[in-house]
Design a protein around this ligand. Structure first.
Ligand SMILES: [Zn+2]
Length: 381
């Protein structure tokens, strides 16, 4: 994941910390040491408060890590590969390579994290009751509460929270339709988000400090619930389509050495957007829109080859890949056109436009509310 730092490797899984995590770690330690602990345990020294703050933050990190690891271990047990775990602001994300899994596996995998948090809450509660030392009591009580919150919040049946994933797995098993299951579970997620938002708003009005936190959490959940449903819709729609069906082969061909000025003068008027640029030494493609920002002065000195996308340096797609793979690649690479290869040989080209048009066409016929999805797709470019 971007903006993350690898900090360790546990049971063969790389553990990354997202940069936001450090920020939260500092804020959390600070607020515990100067606010929470002095408020509830006023008899201790400043030094103890800071030590308690740091220890609590570290143990919270360990708790979240164990929560994520328990998801991963169930995945491993079900022979699903876990690449890495990234810990960030609201918890963590386990990067699990297989997305389409059996409903049963997904159910157990989803439920494992909150269950383990529940166990941890029990352990911390036991320690809290067992030791009379104020220092230990304060930390364990705090961790008992947070692990309980982690378990309960994640069990809420709103996709993509753990409870929502488990809920979706049950629905998927029942309806045998991932899109439908995700839609229902994501709607659950939106309801939960709206509920959190309203709770936050009321808390703010009545002057409670937690209000803003609930509003942020609600907003965050609403956003990811919508986005993850759309992702599933796009994936379900494009995955069965092979890019062979979207290939374009008849582009006008240019020599790489044509001056750019001549190209713009003679070819821009043809109404075509892409031109193949090739001879014995060079093979690539030029997008007429790329020439728009080139100044008149530069147009005189450059050739077509200078701004064409060279196929030897361009990322490419395998001819057997699905339109969904192409969709993801266009998003990642920010390209308008990509070469398609079969055994290293370029056999055609696929444009972003062709993939998007196909997606729109499919959605128009398959989904009663395509507009919302489409709007998101465009904004994410
Ligand atoms: Zn979880």
């Amino acid at each position: 994941m971007e903006n993350s730092l690898k900090v360790m490797r546990v049971l063969g899984i790389d553990i990354y910390l997202h940069f936001s995590w450090w920020f939260v770690f500092i804020i959390l330690t600070w607020s515990l040491a100067t606010g929470f602990f002095p408020h509830y345990y006023p008899t201790l020294t400043t030094q103890s408060y800071w030590l308690m703050g740091i220890m609590s933050a570290v143990l919270l990190f360990v708790s979240v890590l164990l929560h994520e690891l328990s998801h991963s271990l169930v995945a491993r047990f079900k022979k699903i590969k876990v690449n890495s775990i990234t810990l960030f602001f609201f918890g963590g994300v386990a990067n699990i390579s297989k997305e389409d899994m059996e409903p049963k596996s997904e159910f157990f995998m989803a439920i494992a994290g909150p269950l383990f948090s529940l166990v941890l809450a029990g352990v911390f509660y036991g320690l809290y009751r067992w030791d009379g030392n104020l220092f230990v009591t304060a930390i364990t009580y705090y961790l008992y509460q947070l692990n309980l919150i982690l378990a309960v919040f994640n069990l809420v049946p709103g996709y993509p929270l753990d409870g929502g994933r488990a809920f979706r797995a049950v629905l998927f098993g029942y309806y045998k339709d991932l899109k439908k299951a995700t839609k229902i579970a994501a709607t659950g997620g939106k309801f939960v988000a709206a509920f959190l938002f309203i709770v936050g708003l009321f808390s703010m009005i009545s002057g409670l400090a937690n209000g803003l936190w609930f509003i942020l959490l609600g907003g965050f959940l609403y956003m990811i619930a919508g986005a993850s449903y759309e992702q599933v819709v796009i994936k379900e729609t494009l995955s069965p389509i092979k890019i062979n069906n979207l290939l374009e082969q008849d582009f006008p061909i240019l020599s790489p050495n044509i001056p750019l000025q001549q190209f713009i003068k003679e070819y821009a008027v043809l109404g075509k957007r892409f031109f193949l640029v090739q001879n014995d030494q060079f093979q690539g493609v030029i997008d007429i829109q790329q020439t728009l920002p080139v100044s008149h002065k530069l147009q005189k000195t450059l050739t077509v080859k200078d701004i064409a996308l060279s196929f030897s340096r361009s990322p490419s797609l395998e001819s057997k890949a699905s339109a969904y793979t192409a969709f993801k690649m266009f998003l990642e690479q920010r390209k308008e056109i990509l070469p398609v290869r079969e055994k290293k040989r370029v056999i055609g080209y696929i444009t972003r436009e062709a993939v998007m048009n196909r997606l729109l066409a499919e959605l128009k016929f398959n989904d009663p509310h395509p507009i919302h999805v489409v709007a998101r797709v465009h904004r994410r470019r």
